[in-house]
Design a binder for this molecule. Structure first.
Ligand code: NAP
Ligand code: MG
Length: 400
């Protein structure tokens, strides 16, 4: 069979556990038979990251900046427990955190919606896309254990040596303290990515924070969004018939469960972490949530929103054929291939990627699916397949 050529390689970032097992199957059964797949490969398995002192993570992020498009498997974030489990020398920061701080930019998370899977929230008719700021706040914090009573201060030392200091707390008892920061230019590029994405997808944009309580920190976010909107996007939004809407985060959450969906929600880093799992789970399954990191330099990294599906992996190691859902990983590949094709003007490649997406959806709607979907789909007599059988069924559907 004639295979589709690729002009520029995709940056391929392999990972850990069950998602790595699926990664290999997806390439072997759904991509390599149809595409002359060109990738520049980076092994971000926890064992390899440990062996090279995490240099591979930075190399992978720089490769995405160089080529423009990458696709990433889920990776284990190091913890004490994982250090013992994998016999590691070190605990390195979360690979996604490292990649995000090199690419900067914004993570957009969008659920894959199917007719046969209704959201838990009955009013939702259209997908809700979450835009998560990818820099700073609690993900770049400085924390300290306060073992006994004492004064905790925040000190800013200017280049000229002058100081500004305020009291965080005059602590009478042991406790904890944390300092977080963000940068105006990162918030500005976050805001611009959101306005741009909203226009491209014709989606109204919500932004929510807690500026009534956080009167300097969250107010800065609100003001930056507002200034950029007024100056650069207001007319474009009005022409497009969409609106930009700011509200308090608690109000936004209350509206969320009563709305129709069909909007982009810009979230600060931590809010985006929490809310994207909520939206994923309420839209159907965590395994149906796609994620793309859009950097202001025009680089894109596609991945599934879920983790390495650790518990399924332990069952896989015992020889069980697990029914782990590969859909978000497949859509990470198709998203990356479509973007690569768009940049390279490769029409056959994007046509194939869309065919693979349709084949995946058609397979589920025909009643063949993994266990997580069978539990929530409206298809009568759904046939629960294990991961390998499900991927084979998709491959068959591409050929039909
Ligand atoms: P997880 O891998 O997302 O899995 C949590 C649970 O969600 C699973 O136990 C499973 O539920 C369900 N699930 C997630 N993806 C699924 C899929 N594709 N098919 C079927 N069910 C799926 O999160 P975790 O267990 O908290 O984290 C595991 C590891 O992943 C951790 O080491 C963490 O550091 C890492 N992680 C990586 C990323 C990333 O690289 N982007 C993101 C998050 C977490 P049931 O067990 O009920 O079936
Ligand atoms: Mg999360």
């Amino acid at each position: 069979m004639h295979k589709i050529e690729m002009k520029t390689p995709l940056v391929e970032i392999d990972g850990d556990e069950m998602t790595h097992v699926l990664w290999v199957l997806i390439k072997e059964k759904l991509l390599q038979p149809f595409i002359d797949l060109k990738t520049e490969y980076y092994d971000l398995s926890i064992i390899n990251r440990d062996a090279c002192n995490d240099s591979v993570t930075k190399d992978a992020a720089n490769a995405i900046l160089k080529y423009g498009v990458g696709v990433k498997c889920a990776t284990i974030t190091g913890t004490e427990k994982r250090k013992k489990e994998y016999n590691l020398k070190n605990i390195f920061p979360s690979p996604n955190g490292t990649i995000r701080s090199i690419l900067d930019g914004t993570v957009f998370r969008k659920p894959i919606i199917l007719d046969c899977i209704r959201p838990t929230i009955s009013t939702w008719k259209k997908p809700i896309v979450i835009a998560r700021h990818a820099y700073g706040d609690v993900y770049k914090n400085a924390e300290m254990d306060i073992p006994e009573a004492g004064l905790v201060e925040l000190v800013y030392t200017k280049k000229d040596g002058s100081e500004k200091r305020i009291t965080v707390a005059d602590m009478k008892k042991p406790g904890i303290v944390q300092g977080i920061h963000n940068l105006d230019n990162s918030i500005e590029s976050f805001a611009r990515s959101c306005f741009r994405y909203a226009l491209e997808e014709k989606l109204p944009l919500w932004f929510a924070a807690k500026d009534t309580i956080s009167q300097i920190y969250d107010t800065r976010f609100r003001n930056i969004f507002n200034a950029i909107y007024e100056k650069e996007y207001k007319t474009k939004f009005e022409d497009c018939g969409i609106e930009y809407y700011y509200t308090l985060i608690d109000d936004a959450v209350a509206r969320l469960v009563k709305c129709e969906g069909g909007f982009l929600w810009a979230c600060k880093n931590y809010d985006g972490d929490v809310l994207s799992d909520l939206i994923a789970s309420a839209s159907g399954s965590l395994a149906m949530m796609t994620s793309v990191l859009v950097s202001p330099n025009g680089a894109f990294e596609y991945e599934a929103a879920h983790g390495t599906v650790q518990q399924h992996y332990y069952r896989h190691l015992k020889g069980e054929k697990t029914s782990t859902n590969p859909v978000a990983l497949i859509f990470a590949w198709t998203g990356a291939l479509i973007k690569r094709a768009e940049i390279d003007g490769a029409r056959q490649l994007s046509a194939f990627a869309r065919k693979l997406e349709n084949a995946t959806i058609n397979t589920i709607e025909s009643g063949k699916m993994t266990a997580d979907l069978a539990g929530i789909s409206s298809v009568k007599n759904a046939e629960v397949l294990n991961s390998a059988e499900f991927i084979d069924a998709i491959a068959q559907s591409i050929l039909n």
